[in-house]
Design a protein around this ligand. Sequence first.
Ligand SMILES: CC(C)CCC[C@@H](C)[C@H]1CC[C@H]2[C@@H]3CC=C4C[C@@H](O)CC[C@]4(C)[C@H]3CC[C@]12C
Length: 762
Amino acid sequence: MSGLDKAPVGWHKPSHSRSSSTASSRHSRQMEMCAGGDSLQDMALPGICEGYLMKKRKWPLNGWHKRYFVLDKGILKYAKTQHDISKGKLHGSLDVSLAVMSINKKSKRIDLDAGDNLYHMMAKSYDLFYIWVTKLSAHRMYKKSEAVHMHNGFLQALSHGGNVLPSVANLMQRNGGVPDSSYAYYESSASTLNEAAPPVAELPTASRGVNSKKLQSLDGSQPFNNGELQRIISMQNLTLEKPKKKSNKMWGHSRTLSRVEALGMLSSNHLSASHLGASVPSIPDYVYSQISPPNATSPEGKKITQDICAVRSSSRHSSRRAPSVADSSAEYFDASDNILCETSSEASDESGLSGDTTSNSEPEEGHATATLKYRASISSSPNMPSAVPTDTGRRTTLPAPGPDNSHIGLMTILYNNIGKDLSRVSMPIPLNEPVSLLQRLCEELEYSDLLDTASRTEDPYQRMVYIAAFAISGYATARFRNRYKPFNPILGETFECVREDRGFRYISEQVCHHPPISACHADSENFSFWQDQRWKNKFWGKSLEIMPTGMVNVTLPKFNDHYEWNKVVTCIHNVLSQQRYLEHYGEVIIRNLKSTVCTCKITFVKSRYWGSDSNMNEVQGTVLDQAGNVVHRFGGLWHEGIFYPQPKDHFTYYGFSSFAMEMNELTPELKPLLPPTDTRLRPDQRMLEEGRVDEADKLKDDIENKQRDRRKAMSKKGEEHIPRFFRKTLDAAGREVWLSNGTYWKIRENPGFMHTENLDLW
Ligand SMILES: CC(C)CCC[C@@H](C)[C@H]1CC[C@H]2[C@@H]3CC=C4C[C@@H](O)CC[C@]4(C)[C@H]3CC[C@]12C
């Protein structure tokens, strides 16, 4: 049961009353939207504010580094140092009036979510925190009132038949249907609603003793009230820290060969059949791999080997900083220069991006260049898979196109459910796609042939590359799938998928409703695959981060391998608007629990727009041997290495791939074999698929209510739902996992689900 009333369609300004927001009370971070007080007219330009703040790293994702920020006329810019700012070497900038600001007094955190950019900042002291919050608020108000003026000017111009102001179109666009961004505040996990952080106006009077020299006049005798103090702070030009003495460190000293350049020379030709197996034309689509020296026999191969060796030896000499792009303007973070902040448990909880590996190496900025070259090379390759997928005898389209849902406002829905798993939020049916999360999980097997290939690859390092390619391939589908949300499975719902053509069979079950957990298991001659899917959400005001917990497992019986890996963070940028898109970031570590011969590290690079390359959707990986030496490198773009091109009309049909289109197909032969709990038999989802949207909407309500009633009845009797095909246990690391109990296929065969007692879900 989702425990939610379906939010009305349409946009409503969220309530400002804290206590009314019951939905968020259980959650780790309280957040509330406050009115920004934008009605102010003729606001004076607030003073400039600049100084150092800690900023959450984009690379690696955990930890903080010191960055210089300047807030001027509503624009917040930052760079590594003040000097860099003056030279225009910016790391980023954003319009604070378009960002949602969240603050956490206790951890001195300020988070700005501008939809595309998510900045996490932390002040070193409460005073600085207070000043920055005040300043940011003032600049936001200023910028917004400026926008209102422009808007009024535009209307006037229109009514007077004057020319349209060019900037207005811009203005309308950037607001993107999202109401005036306000700030949100949140507290640590332990807090209850009543203890939530006070709004800025109530920030501590202690903040009067601000450190800044320019503010010393505020100290001591004169009792200011907070309002005055805020006004004074906001009008001052503040430099919040003296610039440090110029260090003698030389950045970007001459590097003869960049690793990235070496990689850039690789093309799919280098990944010729001898190395990666001719039977799999698909692998180069994903991976440009660095072949280990002993294998290189061709002249170009030798050349690359030499280059790689050069790179290897140079990286051995400077283990902390690998050579980066030879581009002199390339920016890179140096571990020794970054202040790794000992984050409090609270702050690190907030960061939510913990991983058991911390790496101080940097992302390789030129990978995108390599990827471009590689892309050019495959586009001319005759081995490209044909545009039409091979005939599987399955349907190639859906019965009806996806409904237009662009008019549906998500504001109320999301604000009413802040902190809740997206999977628990009931949405109006036009926001759904006709697959359930159980089916969506199965889509991660779309490129199961990579596992088949892995199971035919003798060399353990190369085998690992295929496993890694498989791990990445699960994300490819996300590129076209941000307009609709999968159905939340009903507790006890199941889904099976038998693919003779691919040689595997898959089962999944919704095993827990609170928190929602979907467990799945697939078997084939070559591999087994299982995972249980659960995740945490973080909503920052414009973007929603999904942090999956739980590990993915693959075994290859032929080699007695058991691979295990984590999943990365998926961020839905601009979740409330039609400019929504998905980004994955973080690090995946693949381990073979049965052998320590090699491990693999894959990085989904968080995009940086200031670099010379666009590194959107970039993935980099390395296979390491026992001693930690790099044996293979690979990389690419997660959305590009798709082996089958999308079906022509994919936009009309929910952005589905061919595999996804086949997912909910129900043939007369299959029907009698399925348990009645199978997703294919869920009537509202079927109706949506057939384009009967209104009927589906009503039915969905009924089904959700039925689930609710069943839960109530059970808890009254003191009973607990027991999953039918999976059992809960602990893995070797002591984590709670759900494993198949092995009964599904046996029952299906004998006596058959027709002859068993089944749950009545819909
Ligand atoms: C408000 C609605 C219409 C916006 C659309 C939400 C969509 C894009 C969301 C809803 C649930 C999300 C999925 C939830 C869980 C996972 C598992 C994770 O390991 C990869 C991402 C993935 C697969 C998410 C992809 C994005 C997703 C499908």
